[in-house]
Design a protein around this ligand. Structure first.
Ligand code: BG6
Length: 509
């Protein structure tokens, strides 16, 4: 990549590097992801001066539309995604960099000669010096065709500029398909050219966990089995399956949220400090966590995994339908929309400390957080104090919403002789200046920084932990056996039981 004209932009006294000239080829330009996430992210970056002047986007898709129609469709999409004041001047400049070409992903001719000839012409016009990013915003069924065809047309080769490929999740649907996809992509691209997205890693507050842990000296000495009783990770949503039934029916919560986002959060919380804040060093430490995860005991799965499916109920004041009543969902579906699990990390730091993970749709609140529950004091010297036994300290890292962190501890209640009062020290993360997850993803890919992307070993390790669990659950689950929970609740009773058997409770949702 050309970094000769490296510039920096200051945001809250931090510097963000300006990427060099580049083009972005989007496969799936008329899809949901492009309209809702990618194009608004690109436009916001452009409007705030974080994209280079020498930049253009080539959208590809089935529709036979020209640049003008593509630009007006994208304008509508961006306005919908970014309500509020609209910078028309910035849009005019940005949209002059948008192009579209009709494309059949499975047709090799579309890549070479067509795409191979079209790109240099646009690159010449925009002086982007041959650096290319191919972004797969298409259904996973066509990933392998696109990757092979790009390779066969010589478009994966790096010449004057870089050639990178961005792959959205799901990265495979089990260990075998993940390995096959990794093999296919490695036949054409090298690992340093591959950017596998996990948008949770690009959330500011997830990145903040690393700063919080490793830029403060007071927490790390307490971050281990000597002081921590257990850890809870929650990714709760109030939304249902929305219009994604086709995908979700063949996925379910374990593939959709656990294999990627939830296990990535776990790795960031549990990993050892890397020697430096560099992508591969951080990913090495995460891979060690994944390698240390204790495999589930499949014939006693109910001791460590609970699943459920949402029924009708209420989210706030509004009635909502059950999962099986959603459009496109089978009336006898056994797809889990909720899961909770207990995992152990078999290493020195975490030996014997349970990590309880849960995620689900249509729960009582939208909340992603990690809570570190410290041990009880070893001996209570305050007899008859109110709140006996004393509530242990809890450190909560809130990923969303109300981003921030809090620490609960005990103080003396003023005026009383011996009376303890739990109080909370709270910090709310300032919002407004932050980049959205997709803005980070685009920017870092253009910069060639892999910190926010997953690596081959990491995705294979997480699939290898979960594939046997998913297969076992799929084999034994029937329509009348899958536990149900009311929309707007905290999930099925089985989830509460998972902690109750260890004499613990989930934090309320
Ligand atoms: C996606 C899942 O990866 O993450 C969705 O496919 C889920 O099912 C979404 O709703 C949650 O992301 P966020 O950023 O809204 O927490």
């Amino acid at each position: 990549m050309d970094t000769m004209n490296t510039q920096y932009r200051t945001i809250n006294a931090c510097e963000i590097e300006m990427p060099g000239p580049s083009c972005l080829v989007i496969f799936g330009a008329s899809g949901d992801l492009t309209r809702r996430k990618l194009m608004p992210a690109l436009f916001r970056l452009f409007a705030s001066g974080m994209l280079p002047e020498r930049f253009f986007v080539l959208g590809t898709g089935r529709d036979r539309i020209g640049a003008d129609q593509f630009r007006s469709t994208m304008l509508a999409a961006v306005k919908e995604a970014l309500p509020g004041p609209f910078d028309r001047k910035a849009w005019d400049e940005f949209s002059a960099r948008l192009y579209h070409t009709a494309f059949d992903y499975r047709d090799p001719e579309a890549y070479g000669p067509r795409l191979r000839d079209l790109l240099p012409r646009l690159e010449n016009e925009h002086q982007t010096q041959g650096s290319r990013i191919f972004y797969l915003a298409v259904p996973p069924e066509v990933y392998e065709d696109i990757i092979r065809n790009l390779g066969a047309a010589g478009l994966a080769r790096e010449g004057m500029g870089s050639s990178r490929i961005v792959i959205e999740k799901p990265f495979g649907r089990d260990l075998d398909s993940c390995r096959r996809l990794n093999r296919t992509v490695h036949e054409q691209f090298q690992e340093r050219q591959i950017f596998r997205i996990d948008h949770y890693l690009a959330k500011e507050t997830v990145q903040n966990i690393l700063m919080f842990r490793f830029a403060n000296s007071i927490f790390e000495p307490l971050w281990n089995r000597r002081y921590v009783d257990h850890v809870q990770i929650t990714a709760a949503e109030t939304l249902g399956v929305e219009h994604r039934a086709k995908y979700y029916e063949s996925s379910g919560v374990l593939r959709d949220m656990f294999q990627n986002h939830v296990l990535q959060l776990l790795a960031i919380i549990a990993m050892e400090p890397p020697p430096a804040f560099e992508a591969d060093l951080v990913r090495d430490e995460k891979a060690k966590v994944f390698r240390s995860l204790r495999p589930f005991t499949l014939d006693r799965l109910e001791d460590s995994v609970a699943i459920g499916q949402y029924d009708a109920g209420r989210i706030g004041a509004s009635p909502v339908p059950g999962y099986r009543e959603e459009e496109g969902v089978s009336g006898t579906s056994t797809t889990p929309t909720f899961a909770a699990m207990k995992v152990y990390i078999d290493n020195w730091r975490w030996n014997g400390v349970p990590f309880y993970l849960r995620s689900g749709k249509r729960l009582a609140s939208r909340r992603t957080e990690i809570s570190i529950h410290y041990k009880q004091v070893p001996h209570s010297m305050f007899p008859n104090s109110v709140g006996d036994p004393i509530d242990p300290n809890t450190l909560v890292l809130r990923v969303q919403p109300n981003e921030g962190m809090s620490l609960a501890y005990q103080v003396k209640l003023p005026g009383s002789k011996v009376c303890l009062n739990p109080v909370v020290m709270d910090y709310s993360y300032p919002t407004g200046a932050e980049l959205t997850a997709y803005e980070w993803v685009v920017l870092d890919c253009m910069l060639g920084d892999h910190m926010l992307f997953t690596r081959q070993d990491g995705v294979e390790q997480t699939w290898s932990l979960l594939t046997p669990v998913i297969e076992k659950l799929e084999a034994m689950m029937t329509a009348d056996r899958i536990p149900r929970y009311a929309s707007g609740s905290a999930g099925p009773p089985e989830a509460a039981r998972l902690l109750a058997q260890d004499k613990r409770q989930w934090r309320p949702l």
